[in-house]
Design a protein around this ligand. Structure first.
Ligand code: G6P
Length: 609
């Protein structure tokens, strides 16, 4: 979703802003722009499409100046074109914005009645006009922004500059991320640390409703009532290298291959010879986890699929009932919350609007506590939760989530085992499963070695329009995740079904044009799955079966394409069997020539509803 970068410095800031926008490209966008205030003019460059297209225009006519704002826009109000691209200029003000202003239509009418003319269809330009109006009453830029945001309904992160106050940028946030990068004699604003890490590693995270004013020399934060506020600055642990693509062709490929290390990092210092280590969920976790009688897991997209796998694990090992729900539904539903229910939010970014809103809503619903499984330590989800387990996957840039998913599974496996131990899971089995979990990085490594075979297999999918993914039990969410990957980046329509449901509808779709991908590691339901696959073969469906190294398959199934891999055990097999499905979608997308890291219409961090 939209990305913001802003700077107040002595040097020319346009190159810094453009580099920052490039670091934010992963979030997904369809136009880009920058505005620089210099002398008595705000000059800007905007373009539909990629940052490099905007940069080419900038290169032809550079904008010197030390104060600037920049933006990548993911269209909400109005089509993606140059006119709707940010920054918007109204009067003496330029503004960039991430989020959605819900009352913009009425504000726009009021401003029009007072003679304002709008050139775009955006809610952002309305905000710019409002701030410019408030400035003309003699307010400072900061006072005008404060007065404006008090009138806004909805979500926003903004950066604003005014010709009347050279060298100053004012930012504000509600519901969308914005942080400050503190440099030496220069300061910055950005949507995330990645946008700023090349210029500084000192970051200050803003809280809800904060307004911030930066100049070259100062950073001042204010609460909505205009009172100064103290916000701590931290050294970011992000390294500039972590966001480089290195030798890989795409970020997604790099992130797929980083999984053995990422999962090892998730487990590091959290599980040992005698099981899950104490206090890994925080020192306040023990009484909560002892008291928990059921769990509600809420998330979006891939994180939701991780929650679905966790349901199978936790119910089996800890005998606790688990409900998993997509956040956009959960937040508006009249949910029944039995006593001693733990609320678990799962999010790679920790900024997904629906997940965050669901978590805030859960506060009013009387849960025992909130627990976050998340990849970004400074994110809103983490800051607002009672208990947490960081996944430590490192920055994930590819829009299609890969290492975030397997590290979420590793985190959930720790939680399931810990809850199991507390609730009478047989100790020998507990120790065996702990050992199995510790071997997960090794088996992911081994699954990655079958890439050449997957690459060949991917050719079968290039010309297909549809694909069906099947799994049973805990492998059903893995099938869902595999189908999501394929549709996200190759634009092939893909659906996943629990194989037992085939007869209730999807079997009607099966013919020789329909590839059927079956996730079939050894497990109690493998024989049932085999019967389902026979039904598919009988109707001419083309089978692609991912099975355990030594599993016995029937001859008819073997006539399809078989991919064998070492599962490492039934418990960890969902994580291991995810790997070939990620590789499959990756190679199909590469062969179809799509934009693998930034698929059309999608965003990495969905910070609007
Ligand atoms: C977007 C991304 C997905 C991600 C989902 C949830 O749709 O494209 O990859 O799974 O958001 O994001 P979160 O950061 O909350 O895990």
């Amino acid at each position: 979703m939209c990305g913001i970068v802003a700077a107040a410095a002595q040097r020319d800031v346009a190159p810094i802003l453009i580099a920052g926008l490039k670091a934010l490209e992963y979030r997904g966008y369809d136009s880009a722009g920058i505005a620089i205030a210099e002398g008595d003019a705000i000059r800007r460059v905007r373009a539909k499409g990629k940052v490099r297209e905007m940069e080419a225009l900038y290169d032809a006519d550079p904008l010197p100046g030390g104060t600037g704002i920049a933006h990548t826009r993911w269209a909400t109000h109005g089509v993606p074109n140059e006119t709707n691209a940010h920054p918007h200029v109204q009067g003496r003000v330029a503004i960039v914005h991430n989020g959605i202003i819900e009352n913009y239509a009425s504000l726009r009418e009021e401003l029009k009645a007072r003679g304002r003319v709008f050139t775009s269809e955006t809610d952002t330009e309305v905000m710019g006009a409002l701030i410019d109006d408030l400035l003309s009453d003699g307010r400072s830029l900061r006072e005008a922004v404060l007065a404006a945001v008090r009138q806004l309904e909805g979500a926003y992160a903004i950066a604003v500059l005014s010709l009347d106050e050279p060298g100053r940028v004012v930012g504000a946030r509600r519901g969308c991320p914005l942080l400050v990068g503190i440099g030496i004699g220069e300061n910055f604003l950005g949507s995330d640390a990645q946008a700023l890490i090349k210029v500084t590693n000192r970051m200050m995270y803003l809280e809800e409703d904060d307004v911030v004013e930066i100049t070259r020399e100062s950073v001042q934060v204010f609460t909505l009532d205009g009172k100064p506020a103290d916000r701590a600055a931290h050294e970011s642990e992000l390294s500039a290298d972590a966001v480089e693509r290195g030798e890989y062709r795409h970020y997604m490929q790099k992130e797929i291959f980083e999984q053995p290390r990422a999962v090892a990092d998730t487990l590091e210092g959290r599980i040992g010879q005698h099981g899950v280590l104490p206090n890994i969920f925080g020192i306040d976790a023990d009484p909560v986890l002892d008291r928990t009688k059921q769990i509600h897991i809420v998330a979006c997209g891939t994180s939701y699929h991780a929650g679905m796998v966790a349901k199978y694990w936790i119910e089996e090992l800890a005998r606790l009932p688990v409900v998993v729900e997509v956040a956009s539904e959960y937040r508006y539903r009249d949910v029944v919350v039995p006593e001693d229910t733990l609320f678990v939010a799962v999010s790679q970014s920790g900024e997904t609007a629906d997940t965050l809103a669901a978590m805030r809503e859960s506060r009013r619903r009387g849960y025992l506590a909130t627990f976050a499984i998340c990849n970004v330590p400074e994110s809103s989800v983490v800051r607002e939760s009672d208990l947490r387990l960081m996944t430590r996957a490192g920055p994930e840039i590819g829009v299609a989530s890969t290492k975030a998913f397997t590290t979420q599974l590793a985190a959930f496996a720790l939680l399931a085992l810990d809850l199991g131990r507390r609730r009478g899971l047989d100790h020998t089995r507990y120790l065996k499963l702990c050992k199995e979990l510790q071997s997960l990085p090794r088996f992911i490594e081994s699954a990655l070695r079958i890439e050449p075979q997957i690459e060949e297999l991917a050719e079968h999918f290039i010309l297909k329009h549809n694909a069906l993914f099947l799994g049973r039990g805990v492998q059903y969410p893995v099938a869902l995740e595999g189908s999501l990957k394929l549709k996200e980046i190759s634009y092939i329509h893909a659906e996943a079904y629990p194989a037992g449901e085939l007869k209730h509808g999807p079997l009607a779709l099966v013919d020789e044009d329909m590839p059927i991908v079956a996730v079939a590691p050894n497990g109690p339901l493998l024989d049932k799955l085999k019967s389902n696959l026979q039904e598919v073969r009988a109707r001419g469906g083309e089978l692609f079966v991912f099975a355990d190294e030594h599993a016995e398959m029937d001859d008819t199934i073997e006539q399809g394409v078989m991919v064998r891999l070492e599962s490492g055990g039934e418990f960890i097999s969902p994580a291991v069997f995810t790997i070939p499905l990620q590789l499959l979608s990756y190679h199909v997308a590469v062969m179809r020539g799509t934009d693998v890291d930034q698929p059309r219409n999608l965003a990495k961090s969905v910070t609007v509803e």
